[in-house]
Write a protein that binds this ligand. Sequence first.
Ligand code: OGA
Ligand code: MN
Length: 223
Amino acid sequence: MAPKINPKANSGNTSDETLFGLIANDLEKQGYSIRPGALPQDISNALYSYQQDLNSSKYANAGIGRGENFLKTEFVRTDEISWITGESDAGRKWLDWTSKLQHFLNQKLFLGLFSFESHYAHYSPGAYYKRHYDAFRGEANRILSIVTYLNPGWGQADGGELVLYRDDQDRDGIKVVPLYGTVVVFLSEEFPHEVLPSTRDRYSIAGWFRVNTSINNNIDPPR
Ligand code: OGA
Ligand code: MN
């Protein structure tokens, strides 16, 4: 059983629509949204239990790129990941919710989001993900990034902040504590970001909404 952790967690009082509206406004105004306790509690609890049980054999060292372009680059990131499919109840709950968010944002902001991919990530103490973009201008596939956290009782001393930089020049950034239920959404091409090393095991889920860039028989996205 997952504990009840965050008093600010969204236990259903705030409807999905209300939250999605706030996220849409944030995105329109500033290109990112940071919402503590936003993930509905039944979803965070299901994901939390599932992730705790994820056998380490289900995780793979994270790399950069996919398929033939996959590179294991310890210089850049040292977390391990496991892709989320609809096979588990937890995975399905998450994918249903992100799909509702996708449709809401398409209606509200005309983003044309077409598909979604996401993975669990585990950062062992000391693990990091250096400053990076989730997408590059012109490649136009990953449009919107979403991250949520499954770390009960995370404190400042535990480190592991996500630092979201406003642009290439920004050296300070906005620090996000990876506390249970916090949801972060940002435009993938606009915001470089990094994960600082933590002193505890750090669990997150990262996902990307993509547009359809299929050309001829080259099916993309592949999932
Ligand atoms: C990523 C990422 C952020 C986090 O996986 O691309 O930036 O806080 N994750 O886990
Ligand atoms: Mn990223």
